[in-house]
Design a protein around this ligand. Structure first.
Ligand SMILES: CC(C)(COP(=O)(O)OP(=O)(O)OC[C@H]1O[C@@H](n2cnc3c(N)ncnc32)[C@H](O)[C@@H]1OP(=O)(O)O)[C@@H](O)C(=O)NCCC(=O)NCCS
Length: 156
């Protein structure tokens, strides 16, 4: 298998990225994500996001196949990061490398992130990327249908 490629996201990537995020197990893990699985709504939303030049959006390709993505996006006054890897490709360091590819393009600091307090893999990705835990709060998690604990992270 060849090395992963991290490149800028294009509109033509969106249908594959939609399919990747239609994974009930991954949605439960991410917790703070939509479970609507509405293709047109997803494509509309992400086409608009792609036109916003404050965002950095990277796709991960392995042997020419799109296997995930990572992004930095403004949330209020803060810049946040997120990532999502197709389940068959978990545990190969792809999320960590995709996050690093995004952070290379982001000059602003601090950068923020959060994860469900039981999303150990995501918290490990953030800590390996240099993020520090800065707090916890309870918030409604759409994919769990209930309020859960969220851990907040910050990269200086
Ligand atoms: C979270 C996610 C992005 C991780 O992707 P990945 O490519 O498997 O991540 P990486 O391989 O870069 O790193 C995962 C790290 O977590 C560790 N890990 C995985 N599961 C773990 C667990 N249950 N407990 C502790 N550590 C765990 C891995 O060992 C690895 O650490 P290491 O490199 O020190 O061994 C992926 O599972 C995913 O897309 N999940 C669904 C979407 C999601 O949760 N996104 C994040 C929203 S906050």
């Amino acid at each position: 298998m060849s090395e992963p490629v991290f490149r800028e996201m294009r509109e033509s990537d969106l249908p594959v990225l939609f399919e990747i995020q239609c994974d009930a197990e991954a949605q439960k893990m991410a917790a703070f994500t939509s479970t609507a699985n509405d293709r047109e709504a997803y494509l509309d939303k992400h086409r608009r996001l792609l036109a916003d030049d404050r965002l950095v959006r990277v796709v991960v390709e392995l042997d020419g196949e799109i296997v995930g993505s990572a992004a930095a996006f403004p949330l209020g006054e803060e810049l946040n990061v997120t990532y999502w890897i197709k389940r068959e490709f978990w545990g190969r360091g792809l999320a960590g490398a995709a996050l690093a590819a995004v952070l290379e393009q982001v000059t602003v600091r601090p950068v923020f992130a959060s994860a469900a307090s039981d999303n150990e893999a995501s918290m490990r990705v953030l800590e390996k990327g240099g993020f520090k835990r800065v707090g916890r709060e309870r918030a409604f998690a759409e994919a769990r249908g209930q309020e859960i604990e969220e851990v907040m992270f910050r990269l200086e």
